[in-house]
Design a binder for this molecule. Structure first.
Ligand code: DGJ
Length: 736
């Protein structure tokens, strides 16, 4: 008993405020922060609203992201759980941060408070800038929100300024934080690897933090794409319900953290990965983060995709929405084994099949070390005159003479171990002192953080363009990630490497676009390892995957379509057995899948039989009749290839006068009976549409060649009969 009394007394003494806590004597004076009139800031698009609140104590908080409310100002007196719009490490923050700064005196604390607010409008974009500053250190941050009004997309970025004289170190510098309210959050994200990019993964987000990220340096999107869809609820919904999609416009290391905090709300932090990138921000300098794109839709994931696609066509993709030419690419048809006559033969066949461009892929360069395999020559970009003695200009003018455009492949960020460039400029290779260089595909990465290397890489593009008058298209490849990261140029500031590599890449791309505004550029990286909205600002299209198998492409293109539009999605018909998967699929299915994006072929046409040639001619001709809808229309996914044996989707022109429906039987189990019904979407219910199946003599649908009301087609009347695994069909719908 005596012991318990002593213990109780000790506990009470510990709980009572100690003398030390009562004394208000600190080593430092507390800086006074003047109060401010509270206000609500609404960043708005046609149908969505991001509501922020400025509190009397100058905290700027996120209140809500969702459908547009009539009077967001009513949130002025709102009391509830909120979240700082750009929380910085320090103060009362105990969770993930958007900003973490280390100051010259070794301190880490930052507390951002409101200083200013401005808006402006131009070209369909309303820009809101919220100024913040840390009253102790003077560090400034501008939160920039661009609201793309018609497209319902909001881009968010931060500009961090160090007004002091001494450098500070940015340990973390997110582009954006988004806070979502809800009982449950279902995350859809896209993982993968070479030849199986953009695989769909769905998971309910639980308490704690789920992270998707890349630390690959280059090839950032090979294993995980910096994009996602969050469905508000327990189920993924394609057509209804609230969904938020996000995509980071950055081609390097990224980190997107989904933090379900103690209140159950979801905080999504997105930006450049801080891994080995504590960025030194010089006195007087600013750092601008990449843009994070957000969209909200009350029409499920489908609505969110359509918003992003519209934004991408109007703003996000270089030349977005324009119809890009069909093409024959030499890679899978010839690989490294070609000479002039092989290539001119391919050009002849491409022209005869009605294709519009010939692209000479890898293998055309290197004189001291000719590029006859992937082991040599990257960096030595002179044409190989043994293979093509007549020169690239001969091939280009041969193609032009046949009415085709001409394109050519380069991989300018790389150097082969066996190359003149590696012999002359070993210091340009990304490397870590004293460590193994680790070749991958027998090549190394050039250090684009170095301005000399940037000039060299620009020069490769520039000189390639001079190889022939009127080169129409450049395929820009990038075939390995960064290992043993490090830069001989950056000296002790190695923390800048990953960030400045990408900034260097973009600076080269900007110079290219200034000099060559109309050349078409394909962004390729071992297939789809650079599919992001950062690169797409400079590129007309991306190579979706090295996997050209139509069966594999079902899943790859399904997931790609969640975030990126068909106008940029290059998709090629190749030979069977497929070179990546070994699968054998009907030529019709290969065409029908490739026609869902920018159609191309990638095989030796001479190996096609005459009936295959006839089908190819027919498919290419019909594609030209509906591709305007593929490039510029709205996408409706009609089923999910992960959960259905029948996969279908359709594109509808903005004025709803034309649509094209793609349907595939992925697995036939004798259950389809009289046909599989698909409820079409996006049509005008009261208009009649003439429905015509493409590329067949005898249609798989009883209604082929007849006109039906939009509501009939959307109400279950459309039921094509696909009675074989890998059978497929394309239907054109034209309003009468
Ligand atoms: C990888 C690309 O993805 C392919 O299409 C092809 O261009 C090869 N590189 C060439 O090396």
């Amino acid at each position: 008993m005596k012991h318990i009394a002593i213990l109780l007394a000790a506990l009470l003494a510990a709980a009572a405020p100690s003398e030390a806590r009562k004394v208000k004597k600190f080593v430092h004076e507390t800086v006074e922060i003047p109060s401010v009139e509270p206000q609500i800031i609404a960043v708005e698009t046609a149908n969505t609203q991001l509501t922020l609140s400025v509190k009397e104590n100058r905290r700027v908080e996120l209140i809500r992201y969702g459908s547009k409310l009539r009077s967001p100002q009513e949130f002025l007196g709102y009391e509830g759980v909120t979240q700082e719009a750009y929380p910085a490490a320090g103060g009362t923050l105990l969770t993930e941060n958007a900003l973490h700064v280390k100051y010259p005196d070794g301190n880490h604390g930052t507390e951002l408070r409101f200083t200013s607010f401005s808006t402006k409008s131009a070209g369909g974009v309303n820009t809101t800038v919220i100024g913040l500053k840390d009253y102790v250190t003077g560090l400034e941050v501008s939160l920039v929100y661009d609201a793309y009004v018609k497209e319902d997309v909001i881009s968010a970025r931060a500009v961090i300024t160090n007004p002091g004289k001494k450098d500070v170190e940015l340990e973390n510098y997110a582009s954006s934080l988004m806070r979502l309210e809800g009982d449950d959050f279902l995350l859809t994200h896209f993982h993968g690897g070479w030849a199986c990019e953009m695989q769909t993964s769905r998971e309910l987000l639980d308490f704690g933090t789920k992270v998707i990220e890349s630390r690959r340096g280059t090839q950032a999107t090979q294993t995980e794409n910096p994009s996602f869809v969050v469905s508000l609820g327990r189920e993924f919904s394609e057509n209804s319900g609230e969904a938020v999609a996000g995509a980071l416009a950055w081609s390097g290391n990224f980190r997107i953290a989904f933090e379900r905090d103690e209140t159950g709300r979801l905080n999504i932090f997105s930006g450049i990965s801080p891994f080995a990138s504590a960025y030194p921000l010089k006195g007087g300098a600013s750092f601008e983060t990449p843009e994070m794109l957000w969209t909200f839709s009350a029409e499920g994931a489908g609505g969110a995709s359509r918003n992003l696609h519209r934004w991408a066509r109007n703003y996000g993709i270089y030349g977005g929405g324009a119809v890009n030419p069909t093409l024959l690419n030499s890679w899978e048809g010839a690989y490294f084994s070609f000479d002039t006559s092989v290539l001119t033969g391919m050009i002849d066949d491409a022209a005869a099949m009605g294709l519009e461009m010939f692209v000479l892929d890898d293998g055309w360069f290197g004189t001291k070390y000719p590029r006859n395999s992937d082991r040599t020559s990257l960096g030595d970009w002179e044409p190989n005159t043994d293979k093509i003695p007549e020169g690239i200009d001969h091939l280009a003018s041969y193609a032009h003479g046949k009415g085709l455009k001409f394109g050519i492949w380069i991989e300018p960020e790389m150097v082969s171990g066996v190359s003149v460039l590696a012999e002359t400029h070993p210091e340009w290779v990304v490397q870590s002192p004293g460590r193994e260089l680790y070749e991958a595909r027998w090549q190394w990465v050039l250090d684009l953080s170095n301005p000399q290397v940037q000039d060299f890489v620009f020069g490769i593009f520039d000189r390639t363009m001079q190889l022939a008058p009127g080169i129409d298209y450049i395929k820009w490849d990038c075939n390995r990630p960064v290992y043993s990261f490090g830069s001989t140029y950056l000296g002790p500031e190695q923390d800048r490497f990953y960030v400045e590599y990408v900034q260097g890449l973009y600076s080269v791309m900007r110079r290219i676009r200034e000099k060559y505004p109309s050349v078409l550029v394909q962004c390729c990286s071992s297939g789809g390892a650079r599919v992001d909205y950062g690169a797409m600002k400079y590129c007309n299209e991306f190579w979706t995957s090295d996997n050209t198998d139509a069966i594999s492409r079902v899943r790859i293109q399904y997931a790609t379509s969640m975030i990126y539009p068909a106008c940029a999605m290059a998709s090629h018909v190749s030979a069977v057995p497929n070179h990546q998967s070994g699968n054998v699929t009907p030529l019709k299915m290969r065409f029908d899948m490739a026609a869902a994006g920018r159609l191309g072929m990638e095989l030796q046409p001479k190996n096609l039989s005459s009936s295959e040639r006839a089908l190819a001619d027919r498919c290419i001709r019909s594609y030209k009749g509906f591709r305007d809808v593929v490039f510029g229309g709205d996408l409706y996914r009609l089923s999910d290839p992960y959960n259905s044996d029948y996969y279908a989707f359709m594109y509808v022109s903005e004025d709803k006068t034309k649509a094209v429906v793609f349907a595939f039987c992925l697995r036939y189990q004798n259950r389809a009976g009289g046909g599989h019904p698909f409820a079409l979407r996006g049509l005008d219910p009261s208009r009649k549409y003439l429905v015509t199946e493409q590329n067949v003599d005898s249609s798989c649908w009883w209604g082929d060649g007849k006109a039906f009301a939009g509501d009939f087609l959307m109400g279950g009347g459309f039921n094509p009969v696909l009675l074989q695994t890998n059978s497929s069909a394309i239907f054109l719908l034209e309003a009468r």
